[in-house]
Design a protein around this ligand. Structure first.
Ligand code: C2E
Ligand code: CA
Ligand code: CA
Length: 685
């Protein structure tokens, strides 16, 4: 509308040089019935406005409008929106239409504003606004379009083929680019079609999906409604989205934490029980055999006690990773707690031997593993059950696998054991023995027997080995094989071992006082050696009992040489330093290479009694051990000598010491002392 009294428009030299006169243009702008202004978003100022815009904003002059700080009463969300437009315009030549309400003199003025980008001479992007008073809009429409503009919910309209028709401010602020299709926003685009299909059949569909946004991948909850585009009347989809990333990740994390073991990342016991039922059911449906393996690390406590918890943790992580690597894609691998793992292994029925997988675990772990950069052999014990033969439900299968595991733990020769009914009895018996042993320690029910070690030439006693017996109140004399493995397994061996050491030390002192200067030997189990108190206890012994450690030999099995016991070398060196002699027991039965021997401070070796049998057929192995021991300067004792032939063979082949039933069985203390006294008397004759 033109104001009355304004002069009519005249063309002044308007075609000078073929260009439109600038003044003419400016006066043309002032004649428009549309408010036109350029807004500098960076400074929140109007740079220029036409006459209509001055009217709308109730400004007396352009200078007055330019001086106004528009940021002063602009809400944060409007400011953000303007900045978003600025970015949009930098990317694309588009325009947006919005309904604005201005309050120039406190009175509301509603405008329909069309915004587009205009590049300033300094290169910055400003906003070109065209505003027209909007009287015909219904208040409801005005409010809803206002709400659409301000809501943080991302609202978009897509055509049937997925093209974007409209995005509200929030949607524009988030989308990867303004022309991204509905499908194109999904991280997994195949998720789009089912969602639209569902919206089509049910009118609305909802799901949480990972979508690509300009802030990277986010979790959005999308609600899709099938509708019609109000402009074209064509079918369309109205999509509203909210960002649920934090919520989703917190939930996922909480779920993950509740179902996984933090150290190894494997499923935990709770999650396992949930999954196992399903897996077992599926397996039988698919004609697969399911085997439940319980895997336990041997001597884990020893690693933890002697190398520290960090090393223990690395070991558990390594085992977890290895088990995951060996397991099949459908198998479940879980950590049940401590050093106990479970694997539910699935395979086609009859495709392998029933314990094939367990055996392959053992083979794999027979090789040394690198823990904190050092190679170490990790011993495993495995108990397993087959579904459904060994148990109908998870509880039963697990209990039975546990019994089998117990058997594997206590039997050094069988490390992968299937459940058998009789194991129940065995375990009950072991449990009873453990309880009994605790009492035996309190009540001092142990005895030491001594078995002489003699010279193969003179047949005189030159030494003796202390062997423990348990004087049980009901069962009578119990041999060590019946309780030492259980004492080892339960850790009671530390108390029992200390008792043995004290008694042998006193006996040695007693022999000294009788003027008998022969060395005594005692057995030390690997578990004792890794007990941090063991060394200090041994160091205190000479002072405590008056014994001569140089006349006490500690018999250790070969496993100390194999690196199975952490810090073995330091421990042996400390014992050596304290004056004791170190002897390797049952030599030849383990895997030890004689080459290991020279790495340790070894004074002697005892050839295991199994080799006495081969003496009759040449004794090649014994000869080999003898010559190597000789080269190392280690004293050799042959064990289990039962015949005169064996003794003379030993004598001929340079083995001077023997122990066995041929000379004497292990005998009670007083009997041993009287044997020595007799020998002394004969010698004195
Ligand atoms: P070991 O250290 O190899 O002890 C020798 C075993 O062989 C003894 O069995 C002995 O009675 C037996 N033996 C000796 N000569 C002969 C023979 O000529 N023929 C046969 N067939 N056997 C013979 P014992 O006393 O029953 O001890 C069994 C095992 O128990 C010992 O084997 C040792 O490993 C363990 N043990 C015994 N006492 C202790 C102890 O105080 N502490 C620890 N940690 N273990 C012990
Ligand atoms: Ca021994
Ligand atoms: Ca032995």
């Amino acid at each position: 509308m033109r104001e009355p009294g304004q002069p009519p428009l005249t063309l002044r030299s308007s075609y000078a040089g073929g260009k439109v006169d600038l003044d003419l243009l400016m006066s043309l702008f002032d004649r428009l019935d549309t408010g036109l202004w350029i807004f500098d978003i960076d400074h929140m100022r109007v740079l220029w406005a036409n006459q209509k815009a001055l009217e709308i904003t109730q400004s007396a002059s352009l200078a007055e409008l330019q001086a106004r700080d528009m940021a002063a009463d602009m809400s944060h969300s409007v400011e953000q929106r303007l900045r978003q437009y600025q970015q949009d315009f930098c990317k694309q030549d588009v325009s947006f239409s919005e309904m604005w309400t201005l309050y120039p003199q406190g009175e509301a003025k509603v405008l329909q504003v069309i915004m587009s980008g205009i590049r300033l001479t300094d290169g910055r992007m400003a906003l070109l606004c065209e505003g027209r008073p909007h009287h015909e809009q219904q208040p409801e429409t005005l409010r809803s379009s206002e709400a659409l503009m301000h809501t943080p919910v991302m609202i978009s309209l897509f055509s049937r083929d997925g093209r974007p028709l409209y995005r509200n401010t929030a949607a524009r602020a988030t989308c990867l680019s303004l022309d991204t299709t509905f499908e194109g926003q999904f991280e997994a685009p195949r998720e789009a079609a089912p969602l639209l299909g569902l919206a089509e059949s049910k009118r609305t569909a909802r799901r949480v999906a990972r979508v690509k946004t300009n802030a990277g991948l986010r979790w959005h909850e999308l609600t899709v409604r099938a509708c019609h585009d109000s402009v074209t009347g064509q079918p369309a989809y109205l999509v509203s989205e909210i960002d649920v990333t934090e919520l989703h990740e917190t939930k996922e994390r909480a779920q993950y934490l509740a179902s996984h073991d933090a150290l190894t990342g494997l499923s935990n016991r709770t999650y396992l029980k949930e999954r196992l039922a399903q897996v077992l059911q599926d397996a039988s449906g698919e004609g697969k055999a399911a085997t439940l393996y319980l895997v336990d690390l041997d001597d884990f406590k020893m690693v933890n006690d002697s190398l520290g918890h960090a090393a223990g943790d690395s070991l558990l992580q390594l085992v977890a990773a290895k088990l995951m690597e060996l397991a099949g894609p459908d198998d479940i691998v879980a950590r049940l707690g401590g050093d106990e793992f479970l694997i539910c292994h699935l395979e086609k029925s009859g495709s392998h031997e029933p314990d094939w997988f367990g055996q392959s675990l053992l083979r794999e772990f027979a090789r040394p593993q690198l823990i904190d950069g050092k190679p170490k052999t990790v011993g495993l014990s495995i108990g397993y059950t087959h579904y459904p033969e060994d148990g109908e439900n998870i509880g039963e299968l697990m209990r039975h696998a546990d019994l089998a595991l117990y058997q594997a733990k206590t039997d050094p020769k069988q490390k992968c054991v299937r459940f058998r009914e009789r194991m129940r009895l065995l375990r009950d018996e072991h449990k009873a023995i453990k309880k009994d042993l605790e009492r035996a320690i309190r009540e001092d029910e142990f005895l030491l027997y001594y078995q002489p070690i003699s010279c193969t030439r003179s047949d005189r006693v030159v030494s003796a080995e202390a062997l423990i017996r348990w004087q049980h109140p009901e069962k009578g004399l119990v041999p060590p094989d019946k309780f030492i493995p259980i004492a080892d397994e339960t850790g009671l061996i530390n108390d029992i071992g200390t008792w043995v050491c004290r008694n042998v030390a006193s006996m040695q002192r007693r022999l000294e006082s009788m003027n008998i200067h022969i060395p005594l030997s005692l057995n030390v189990s690997p578990r004792q050696l890794s007990d941090p108190h063991f060394v200090s206890c041994m160091q205190a012994l000479p002072e405590e009992t008056g014994c001569d450690p140089g006349l006490i030999s500690l018999e250790l099995t070969e496993c100390v040489l194999l690196g199975d016991i952490p810090n073995a070398l330091e421990t042996l060196s400390a014992l050596k330093q304290a004056g004791y002699r170190i002897v390797i027991d049952d030599f030849g039965t383990g895997y030890s290479n004689l080459a290991y021997l020279h790495n340790y401070p070894i004074d002697g070796i005892k050839i295991d009694r199994v080799f006495m049998e081969e003496v009759a057929t040449g004794g090649a192995i014994v000869k080999l051990i003898l010559s190597l021991a000789n080269a190392l300067g280690a004293e050799v004792v042959a064990e289990g000598v039962e015949t005169i032939e064996q003794r003379s063979w030993l004598s001929k082949n340079g083995c001077n010491r023997y122990q066995g039933f041929l000379y004497s069985r292990p005998v009670p203390e007083d009997r041993f002392l009287s044997m020595l006294e007799t020998q002394m008397r004969i010698a004195a004759m």
